[in-house]
Design a protein around this ligand. Structure first.
Ligand code: MBD
Ligand code: FE
Length: 307
């Protein structure tokens, strides 16, 4: 027998009080959100007959998730970050705002303030010379009319051969595999890097613990992240996911999208001054025009900032 009380006037006024609606200070917006969270939480408890043990296990899980700074990882793994992209796509479609390179999730591993250079950069610190495969990554940034965009900022970041990111992996040098490149007069950017490996969630972490219970893996295909911005253009957050990867279309974070697969070409022709096998990947980006100045900027999501 299920007992349901959350819809009653008594419980609804109780939650309104708990959400601060009985006072006139604080934030009305936050009160509205918290009230909804309380109402929906109570409904989940009733409808799914959540036991006390399940409830307190969840509270403990959230504590562990936060203490390991994995909340951003879990929201990616549960597809909520991808849902935000799908929702924005649908909003754009409704107002006829289409075209350009597709967006895809940022993920939790950006660090602001990467070294800035004009036209080209070497991204890796050389610590994986002989271990990693050298990769030349280049392309052009265009506006919505197909005109090259000089002076665009290409802010890119990727994992090393072990699938880990500098800053979050303290064994790497500061800003290893993180750069900001300003496009040249032809809108071109050029990076010398190494072929990244796919990321895997910490098998001992709380995100993987949840994924295990869902019968899911926590792996991503190899990829390179991008923020692309230019005056008058709409900020673009996206990724190139590398062709030929095992997890290309089985990404635990659902970031791979049509139009975002980069063809990696392996060569061994002694060109570019590289002895032996190296990789090339060409990828162009097309931005949309910014509807207003706010659209030129990335979201205010709190991010790591190396000091
Ligand atoms: C990553 O490298 C990543 O891009 C995402 C979305 C989640 C976890 C690790
Ligand atoms: Fe990533």
């Amino acid at each position: 027998m299920t007992v349901k009380i959350s819809h009653t006037d008594a419980i609804q006024s109780f939650f309104k009080e708990a959400a601060g609606f009985a006072n006139d200070s604080g934030s009305t917006r936050l009160k509205t959100i918290v009230l909804r969270v309380l109402q929906d939480t109570a409904k989940i408890i009733e409808d799914l007959d959540i036991s006390e043990n399940e409830f307190w296990k969840t509270v403990d899980y959230l504590n562990r998730l936060g203490s390991r700074s994995e909340a951003g990882l879990l929201v990616a793994g549960l597809g909520i970050e991808h849902f935000l992209d799908l929702l924005q796509d649908a909003k754009d479609q409704q107002i006829g705002l289409t075209g350009g390179t597709p967006r895809t999730i940022e993920g939790p591993l950006y660090v602001a303030g990467a070294p800035l250079s004009a036209g080209e950069a070497r991204m890796d610190d050389g610590s994986e010379d002989g271990v990693g495969t050298v990769m030349f990554l280049e392309g052009q940034v265009f506006d919505s009319h197909g005109q090259p965009l000089p002076g665009a900022t290409v802010d890119l970041w990727q994992a090393n051969t072990r699938g880990t990111y500098s800053f979050f992996d303290p064994s790497q040098s500061d800003y290893n595999l993180r750069r900001r490149i300003i496009t040249d007069a032809q809108g071109r950017y050029r990076a010398r890097s190494i072929v990244p490996s796919g990321y895997g969630c910490d098998p001992q972490g709380p995100t993987q613990e949840c994924l295990d219970q869902l019968g899911r893996h926590g792996q991503r295909p190899a990829h390179v992240h991008f923020f692309i911005s230019a005056p008058g253009q709409r900020h673009l957050t996206t990724q190139i996911n590398l062709s030929g990867e095992k997890y290309l279309w089985d990404d635990f974070a659902y970031a791979t999208r049509d139009g975002l697969v980069g063809e990696v070409i392996f060569r061994e022709d002694g060109a570019r001054g590289i002895e032996g096998r190296y990789a090339e990947m060409k990828f162009d980006f097309q931005l949309q025009q910014a509807a207003d100045s706010a659209a030129e900027n990335r979201s205010d999501r709190p991010r790591a900032m190396q000091v």
